[in-house]
Design a protein around this ligand. Structure first.
Ligand code: SF4
Length: 123
């Protein structure tokens, strides 16, 4: 199999051509430094992504709170993680960095709030 990968480690954006099969990577061309080799290898063997989304809120001015994973997770887990996130409702106040879901779907990553939301004042 062949795949062209754009390295996003630095602004140069090298296009790395990779040939691989089920046993591993056979050849790689187009990178300009070893960081590109590491990036392309990870993209082929175990691709990961940061996930950003939002959760519903209660007792806050805004109806949703933006969240993200605390570290990249395997691409194969993204759908499960999104399902977990969509079921959650957080009650304000929420602080930026608060853990909303610990070890989401057993990935070792937490879902954390990326914005502070104050609680609505009682009238
Ligand atoms: S291979 Fe090296 S030089 Fe090219 S984009 Fe990646 S990090 Fe930058």
């Amino acid at each position: 199999m062949k795949k062209d990968i754009t390295c996003i480690v630095c602004p140069k954006g090298c296009t790395i051509h990779v040939e691989y099969d089920e046993t591993g990577i056979k050849s790689m061309e187009g990178y300009s430094c070893k960081r590109g080799i590491e990036y392309a290898t990870a993209e082929i063997l175990s691709p990961t992504r940061m996930v950003t989304s939002s959760v519903k809120t209660d007792n806050a001015r805004y109806t949703v709170c933006p969240v993200k994973t605390s570290k990249p997770i395997g691409k194969d887990k993204i759908q499960d993680v999104m399902k977990s996130i969509c079921c959650v409702k957080v009650k304000a106040p929420v602080r930026q960095g608060d853990v909303i879901i610990k070890d989401v779907c057993g990935t070792g990553a937490d879902i954390v709030a990326t914005q502070t939301l104050e609680a609505l004042e009682k009238e």
